[in-house]
Design a protein around this ligand. Sequence first.
Ligand code: PMP
Length: 285
Amino acid sequence: MTRKIYINGTLLDQQDAKISVLDHGLLYGDGVFEGLRSYGGKIFQLEEHIERLWQSAEAIELEIPMSREAVCQAMADTLRVNDIQDGYIRLIVTRGAGTLGLDADKTSNSQVIVIADSIELYPDEFYEKGLEIVTVSVMRNHPEALDARVKSLNYLNNVLAKIEGSKAGCVEALMLNHKGEVAECTGDNIFLVRQGELLTPPVEASILVGITRNIVMRLARDAGVQVRETSLTKEDVYAADECFLTGTAAEVVPVVTVDGRTIGEGRPGPVTRKLSEAFHKLARS
Ligand code: PMP
């Protein structure tokens, strides 16, 4: 079935959904995006994603040429026309077409794009047995170069980290920040469990403030688990009792080895399983 893609108010057949080669989104990665999930036809954490998109846009001085309500309607329409109940939505806003120079003032016609598709899930095995990941040498962008909270179209450092991880045979890779602290994975946030306490790097560690991360912290507190945002080293990861990753697509996925070191007992631990179940319940409720 041909998918319909939304661009600036029109739903187009996939093969006709095109934007200018002079769009600064293409030329410079100049734009912002969100990845959302729909469960049973309803978009999960819609307001949170919209808020993050608007904050990302504001941080890069990009004006979104539509109201929040109109963007939500565009996503709902795209899901409906493609008959998607449980799926993934990519929401993109580019700076628009301009000249070959960097000048943002010379761009016009910002593009708002919505792509909805079925979701490519990790195989069940990853959730049952846990992931093996590695730390890569590609570090997170320096926060004074680009604030990690901005979900910009320029994902090159994450792409390079992912390539390095893939070469090591891993589907996810752990990235450190410029201080050598643990930050996050290429498309997921990281959590550790140590002596019953849930630990995760703080916002200042150059992380994307994940929406799944925020929910998991809340679910943990609700379940009586102590949660602390604190700077972590690779050694903290190696010594943890449990480790897991969170993200819109991955949800909650256990990690059992990092750099060949076994985490805890080398299988998904009880806190990970409890939070994963709580997350599933919430998302599917
Ligand atoms: N970190 C990065 C770099 C990401 O791209 C993402 C989203 N794929 C996440 C973390 C997880 O964020 P969320 O839970 O909002 O999907």
